[in-house]
Design a protein around this ligand. Structure first.
Ligand code: GDP
Length: 462
């Protein structure tokens, strides 16, 4: 039976129009990726009913009708754990969702009424949204592709401050006496690689972010595999020719070979099979956490972000463009956990984020990649209050700490530019971690998730 012409034209248009979007979320661990994606899925699922999404026109105008989960197309990628996350948030007392540790994916189908109506426009339309979450640590490995083992070793060992070195003592002790020309002893290399990985993990816990190789921190299925049993060799005194001439079973040649394998079999495939196919990307940054942790870690975050942003350097001659030709057409950069500061500080938070990323932002704008910086709280854990003290009213936050103590705090003023040494000595910054609030309603309380959604998918719902 023939389809009516109108139906036929409509189907053609459906197929022809861009109805699918691959949106990726990243950030260093603890940046708030799991909370962000949990909230994003939650907001979209409750968009037509309860979610407060006034900054997303499709929702404000009542055109966004809701979202359903569909089976994802990539069977090799774990599913993003939305239900366990929501269960944790609904527990008594509420808990934060368990963070994801590798790449995960979730497919949503959004149903909406198009804003512009013509005789060919359907009554309702769908957008398939593929959401990906992956560790920002993996992006720290991009610069590693431009090195050989000797130059990588050099790059990894020259900028270590005393605090950071102290975390690597076991590895430093062992590697000090290791002769690059000696025959490799497997057990010794495994032991030193373990000490190096331990150093990286301790540095991570201490709040450092500029850490390579990224998979040492989040090995996923590579846990214990020989490809992860390498480490940089500090202070190589031999010439490049002498190093290249060392026998294949020497310490240097063995570590070099593993380094090359890691580049080819771990780092490249992630870029080729996943990263290159993302349409849009949001990068989450825990600026406030770093501000709370002090100058050395703030500086470290800044260095890590410079590295991470190289994965978004679309300049014609950039390593990324040369190797992978990515196609992200819109980028958001968000300072997370904005509910840790009082609302009048939010503009300062965005300015600080922009200051922290000044160079990469300039490059992105130059490369004509639309990019927006914002601040948000995926899952708001505090309420803004005002307190009166000696006749003066000032802003404050009320929340419950992770230990269950109810507090009323003023965490501090966010600097609008990179903090000077004077900031750290005179002003500082201090706030506790909060427990999520109990939410009787279905939709999670948030700050500016709707602004993020508008930037990332709003045009597809027009
Ligand atoms: P991930 O490692 O990037 O996935 O980070 P998570 O999403 O697990 O977040 C790390 C921690 O940051 C959580 O356990 C919370 O303590 C905190 N957090 C994340 N998002 C928010 C937020 O919107 N508000 C507040 N107050 N804390 C948050």
């Amino acid at each position: 039976m023939r389809m009516p012409l109108r139906q036929e034209v409509h189907n053609l248009l459906e197929r022809g129009r861009d109805r699918q979007l691959r949106l990726a979320v990243t950030g260093l661990s603890q940046a708030g990726k799991t909370a962000f994606l949990t909230s994003l899925v939650n907001q979209l699922r409750h968009a037509g009913v309860e979610a407060k999404l006034d900054l997303l026109p499709a929702a404000r105008e009542g055109r966004l009708l809701g979202a359903q989960r569909l089976n994802q197309p990539d069977l090799g990628v774990p599913r993003f754990p939305y239900d366990p996350g929501m269960a944790a948030l609904r527990d008594t007392p509420p808990r934060w969702p368990e963070p994801t540790r590798g790449i995960s994916e979730l497919r949503l189908q959004l149903r909406y009424r198009p804003a512009r109506r013509g005789w060919l426009t359907p009554e309702t339309a769908h957008l398939t949204l593929d959401l990906f979450d992956y560790p920002g640590e993996w992006l720290l490995d991009l610069p590693l592709l431009q090195h050989d083992f000797a130059s990588w070793s050099e790059s990894q060992t020259h900028h270590q401050g005393p605090q950071r070195q102290a975390l690597f003592t076991r590895w430093l002790e062992g590697v000090k006496t290791l002769d690059p020309a000696a025959t490799a002893d497997e057990a010794q290399l495994a032991e030193l690689a373990d000490a190096y990985a331990e150093g990286l993990k301790r540095a991570k816990q201490a709040g450092f972010s500029d850490l390579q190789p990224g998979r040492f921190l989040l090995p996923g299925e590579l846990e214990g595999a020989p490809v992860l049993q390498f480490f940089p060799l500090p202070a190589l005194s031999l010439s490049p020719e002498a190093l290249a001439a060392l026998p294949a079973d020497s310490v240097y040649a063995t570590l070099s070979e593993r380094f090359r394998y890691y580049q080819q079999q771990v780092v490249r495939p992630f870029y080729r099979e996943h990263f290159r196919r993302f349409d849009r990307q949001i990068i989450l940054v825990d600026v406030l956490g770093a501000l709370n942790a002090g100058p050395e870690r703030f500086e470290d975050l800044s260095r890590a972000l410079r590295q991470l942003m190289k994965s978004f350097d679309y300049g014609q001659r950039s390593l990324l463009s040369r190797l992978f030709a990515p196609r992200i057409d819109r980028l958001a950069i968000a300072a997370t956990k904005a509910d840790h500061v009082t609302p009048e500080q939010h503009p300062a938070l965005v300015r600080l984020l922009e200051a922290l990323l000044a160079e990469p932002l300039k490059d992105l704008r130059f490369a004509n990649v639309p990019v927006k910086a914002l601040s948000l709280a995926a899952i708001r854990a505090t309420e803004a209050r005002e307190v009166s003290h000696e006749g003066k009213r000032s802003p404050a936050l009320r929340g419950t700490t992770l230990d269950g103590e109810e507090v009323l705090v003023y965490p501090g003023d966010v600097p609008t530019s990179l903090p000077s040494p004077a900031f750290w000595t005179s002003q500082g910054f201090d706030f506790p971690s909060f427990r999520p609030m109990a939410t009787p309603q279905e939709a999670l309380a948030h700050i500016r998730m709707d602004a993020a959604l508008e930037w990332l998918i709003g045009d597809k719902l027009a």
